[in-house]
Write a protein that binds this ligand. Structure first.
Ligand code: GDP
Ligand code: IMO
Ligand code: MG
Length: 432
């Protein structure tokens, strides 16, 4: 099928970057459609690690078009740094083009300061955000006071928008959070200079995508975060501020829903979460520490230690439903190697003793549920060099086969290491 969206099925960091990089070979265009530099997508190619926050994970391939769509919130300082680092490292291929939507909203310095001030003052109500200003930037977008990429090329308009925004933001920063205010003039001067630096990348990306579609090119939509960080479908309020589900691939890139033909869900063989919020299968014991260590579970953006726990199929099943996922790519199976017993959560027992196989909408109800587990015997063999499903240890196969049944959709990939080649491909969505 021509166009594919890749989305996370858990709480982010499922390994989307690795899979997008891998699938890019069969695509012509790779487009980010939501989130911002709260994302940290890691690619390991020929032993070299690259972490991307805003630039699509297809960038290492030559002859591709990479798009930062209208649904993304952009921190220009981070974007310019990322472009610079790729160029200096010889990682920005000569025939690959990067375009940024003129409609994308900007993360301004006051968004970051507000994000951090709120978190610092929210005793007991902290979300555990990445502190990158994501929430405040999306708030301004919805409040219709946001600054978009196109505003950078109209100086009087930029000044006027900044003046209006800072009236409120400075009041909040100084009055409520005892933080430093910002000056309109300083921000305007800084951002007008950035405008010139990024000008060659700015475009009507909806039009570029539409032209690609009409020319029969293949588009890969790259999701950030995960289904349970979705503003509508996630574990609200412990979520991010955008729709992370596949439906937003169309809206966040300026195409219609029929442009998204296929959806692949990325699912870690266990669960991790960064930041606050209930995590029913969390392992606070020695096994959790072991998984954390083996999986090197540290945030690619903030460096925070990720909380680890067993695979929760109630979450994954809901992700399959809310994103229309047709197949799953399982990552980090190698991390489970050596465990005596492995568990999968198949349902929850609610506070009143009832069994449920759905995620309750109320966060308090969710937090009070207890996971119901199925147990599996582990395997001891090193699986990182295996490239054929049939060569996996029998217990690893049993684990995956049960996972597939519980998900209700087939597996099309099993990742057994961070490297691009450390992958068992069962079906390539662009080829088969
Ligand atoms: P993303 O945000 O979904 O792109 O995921 P991250 O890059 O934040 O986190 C995934 C981490 O796991 C990265 O360090 C990857 O290099 C690594 N990784 C991806 N797939 C595998 C795998 O199959 N095995 C192991 N051991 N590491 C993996
Ligand atoms: P990728 O794309 C994991 C989490 C934060 C916090 C919550 C809200 O790498 O999978 P925000 O800064 O977005 O307002 O924080 O969402 N979070 C992520 N967790 N992976 C991510 O992205 C995340 N992006 C945001 O830790 O709990
Ligand atoms: Mg990540």
């Amino acid at each position: 099928m021509p166009n594919v969206a890749v989305v996370g099925t858990q709480w982010g960091d499922e390994g989307k970057g690795k899979i997008v990089d891998l699938y890019t070979e069969g695509a012509d265009v790779v487009a980010r459609f939501q989130g911002g530099n709260n994302a940290g997508h890691t690619l390991v190619v020929n032993g070299r690690k690259t972490v991307l926050h805003l630039i699509p994970s297809g960038i290492l391939h030559n002859n591709k078009i990479c798009i930062i769509g209208n649904g993304v919130v952009i921190d220009l300082v981070v974007l310019m740094q990322e472009i610079d680092e790729l160029q200096k490292g010889g990682l920005f291929p000569p025939h690959t083009k990067l375009f940024i939507s003129e409609k994308a909203h900007l993360i301004m310095p006051y968004h970051k300061r507000l994000d951090m001030a709120r978190e610092a003052s929210a005793s007991g109500k902290k979300i555990g955000t990445t502190g990158r200003g994501i929430g405040p930037a999306y708030e301004d977008k919805v409040a219709r006071t946001g600054i978009r990429v196109c505003d950078l090329y109209d100086e009087p308009r930029l000044q006027e928008k900044l003046r209006y925004s800072l009236l409120e933001k400075n009041f909040l920063l100084t009055g409520l959070y005892s933080a430093e205010p910002f000056s309109v003039e300083e921000i305007a001067v800084e951002y007008l200079a950035y405008a010139q630096k990024i000008k060659s990348y700015v475009a009507d990306t909806s039009l570029i995508l539409d032209t690609a579609l009409k020319a029969g090119k293949k588009i890969l939509f790259e999701g950030a975060q995960g289904s349970h960080l979705d503003i509508d479908h996630g574990t609200y309020p412990y979520v991010t501020s955008s729709n992370t589900v596949a439906g937003n691939a169309a809206c966040g890139s300026g195409l219609g829903p029929n442009a998204v033909n296929n959806v692949v869900g990325i699912c870690k063989a266990y669960t991790t979460r960064v930041g606050e919020g209930p995590f029913l299968t969390e392992l606070t014991c020695e096994i959790g520490q072991r998984i954390q260590k083996a999986g090197q579970e540290f945030g690619a953006t903030t460096g925070r230690q990720r909380r680890c726990g067993w695979l929760d199929m109630v979450l994954v099943r809901q992700a399959v439903r809310t994103s229309g996922i047709a197949a799953l790519a399982i990552t980090k199976l190698d991390v489970l190697t050596g465990l005596e017993t492995i568990k999968i959560c198949t349902g929850y027992e609610s506070v009143n003793g009832n069994y449920t196989s759905a995620v309750p909408a109320s966060i308090d109800e969710f937090a009070q549920c207890r996971p119901v587990y199925e147990e599996f015997t582990g395997w001891k063999e090193d699986i990182s060099r295996i490239r054929d499903f049939a060569d996996l240890p029998v217990n690893a196969r049993k684990y995956l086969q049960r996972l597939e049944i519980l998900a209700g959709v087939p597996l099309n990939l099993v990742s057994v290491g961070a490297g691009r080649e450390e992958t068992i491909i069962l079906k390539n969505p662009f080829r088969d």
